[in-house]
Every structure is written in structure tokens, then in C-alpha cells.
Write a protein that binds this ligand. Structure first.
Ligand SMILES: Nc1ncnc2c1ncn2[C@@H]1O[C@H](COP(=O)(O)OP(=O)(O)OP(=O)(O)O)[C@@H](O)[C@H]1O
Ligand SMILES: O=c1ccn([C@@H]2O[C@H](COP(=O)(O)O)[C@@H](O)[C@H]2O)c(=O)[nH]1
Length: 247
């Protein structure tokens, strides 16, 4: 893994992966995509890209379909998960459109082959795209049911040798309990991977945290809706939680 420490004020990290929660794309809505929200997140990604940092993305699908929720309503879990992975492809295409509208070259690479609309995921090709200055959007999660896009994000970040995984979500860090349910929950500035696992802090699933831990990949959780937050958090400013191993 490359060094996670900032390297310069202009481009604090060489290469990062941003995980955007699908729910975040809904904006104030309760389903689907809000174009203004997608555009605002794309603007933040462009800011970071223009600093000289190589950027790749994993976008969730929770704004459209979650396999586990469909399974709770009686659908076969694996079938629901494949539908969930397809939802992430829709989000990836929407983000591609928003980024390219701002003049940034992108490639969508899908873990499930759909060659008419996305390249197949090939690790070395993805690295090459980023070296050429393209933003790579990894779609269809890991390509396997029973996983989530958090795990896909940790997996791709490790494969891409990213300096850190940024999780842009609805809340500004990891709290002692889900802050959307418990207003008394307190935010942590820094946690170890084991803290997150042992205290069952559900901001990310356990397999993603374990994979990041095994690969010494720092995770930075922040609120994707705060304008300019992605660039700010990369500079170490603003509220966020850093998940790392004890130094
Ligand atoms: N201890 C905690 N600290 C912070 N957030 C928590 C915690 N426990 C649960 N959460 C919730 O986890 C959510 C983060 O998950 P997120 O919405 O990013 O889902 P996802 O599965 O990654 O994406 P998607 O929306 O695509 O399914 C936060 O919005 C927050 O409400
Ligand atoms: O590797 C993966 C990634 C995702 N899924 C399915 O997609 C949905 C949406 O992803 P979120 O991480 O919840 O945003 C997820 O609920 C799974 O059903 C998958 O099967 N495998």
C-alpha cells in the first residue's frame, strides 16, 4: 500500500477511491437520483481531480435497490443482489454523465459484463486509465451476490493501491451509534479498525473494514453533502472520522 500521508498541499494523495453511498444521490427525495445532487457531487470530484490526485469511484445502489431488503419481502437473495448490482450501474452511468459534462474524462468498468455500455473490469487497465488522468467508476460492485459496495470499494481500493478509501455518506463521520436514530450519539475523530468491528459501529459492513485492515488501507468517513467536502477532507480539514491501525 502506498503512503497514506499527505504528499503536497496541491495533491495531498497520489490516488484515492471515493465510495459514494447510493442514498446520497437521492438528495431530499426518497428514491432514485436527484440531478442537482449528482451534479454537486461531481463538482467536488472534479475539484479533487484538478488537484492532480488520481480518482476512482464506487457508487452504491441503495437509492434504487438493495438485495437484502428485497429478500426480506420474499425475493431470492442472490437474485435481489444481482438487481442491486445493476442499480449501481445506473448510478455509475449518471455520475459518468455528470463528470463528463464538466470536462473530465471517465471510464465505467463493470464487474458484470455489459460490453455495450461499460468496459469489463480489468485491474491493469483501470490503473492505466487513472495514469492517463481519467476518473474510473467501478460499477456492479464485486460482481458477486452477498456482498455490498462497501466491500467492493475496499477491494478495488486495495487492488488500485490507493492511498486511502474515502467514504462519502449522509453523516459526517462514525458515531457511537447511528446518528440518524440516536441524537445523543457522539462522533469520533479517529478509530481503529478493531474499534469499529468490536463496537459494531455500522457505518460500513464488517467485511469491508476487515479487508481494509488487512491491506492497511485508511478509511475516511465524511458527509458528501457538505459543498467542497471531498477536497477539504483530503486536506485534513472539516469534520470526518479516520479509521486506521493504532500507530
Ligand atoms: N455508528 C455509526 N456512525 C455513523 N453512521 C452510522 C452508524 N451506524 C449506522 N450508520 C448509518 O450508516 C449510514 C452509512 O451507510 P450508507 O448510507 O453510506 O449506506 P451504503 O450501504 O454504504 O450505501 P447505499 O445507500 O448505497 O446502500 C449512515 O448514513 C448512517 O445513518
Ligand atoms: O458486490 C456487491 C455489491 C452490491 N451488491 C448488491 O447491490 C446492492 C446495492 O449496493 P449497496 O452497497 O447496498 O449500495 C446491495 O444491497 C446488494 O444487493 C451485491 O450483491 N454485491
Amino acid at each position: 500500500m502506498t503512503d497514506a500521508s499527505p504528499t503536497s498541499a496541491a495533491a495531498p494523495y497520489k490516488r484515492v477511491l471515493l465510495k459514494v453511498s447510493g442514498e446520497a444521490l437521492m438528495g431530499k427525495g426518497s428514491f432514485g437520483l436527484d440531478p442537482d445532487t449528482v451534479s454537486a457531487i461531481a463538482a467536488d470530484i472534479c475539484d479533487v481531480h484538478s488537484m492532480g490526485t488520481e480518482v476512482c469511484l464506487v457508487i452504491g445502489g441503495g437509492n434504487i435497490f438493495r438485495g437484502i431488503a428485497a429478500a426480506a419481502r420474499g425475493m431470492e437473495r442472490a437474485q435481489g443482489d444481482y438487481a442491486g448490482m445493476l442499480a449501481t450501474v445506473i448510478n455509475a452511468l449518471m455520475m459518468q454523465n455528470a463528470l463528463e459534462g464538466r470536462g473530465v474524462a471517465t471510464r465505467v468498468m463493470s464487474a458484470i459484463q455489459m460490453s455495450s455500455i461499460a468496459e469489463p473490469y480489468i485491474r491493469r487497465r483501470a490503473v492505466r486509465h487513472m495514469e492517463k488522468g481519467r476518473v474510473v467508476i467501478f460499477a456492479a460492485g464485486t460482481g458477486n451476490p452477498f456482498f455490498t459496495t462497501d466491500t467492493a470499494a475496499a477491494l478495488r481500493a486495495a487492488e488500485m493501491d490507493c492511498s486511502a478509501l474515502f467514504k462519502g455518506t449522509q453523516v459526517d463521520g462514525v458515531y457511537s451509534a447511528d446518528p440518524r436514530k440516536d441524537p445523543a450519539a457522539e462522533r469520533y475523530d479517529e478509530l481503529t479498525y478493531m474499534d469499529v468491528l468490536s463496537r459494531d459501529l455500522n457505518v460500513m459492513d464488517a467485511s469491508a473494514i476487515s479487508l481494509a485492515r488487512e491491506n492497511n488501507l485508511p478509511i475516511i468517513v465524511f458527509n458528501i453533502h457538505a459543498p467542497g467536502a471531498f477536497a477539504q477532507v483530503m486536506r485534513g480539514e472539516g469534520p470526518f472520522t479516520r479509521i486506521v491501525d493504532p500507530s
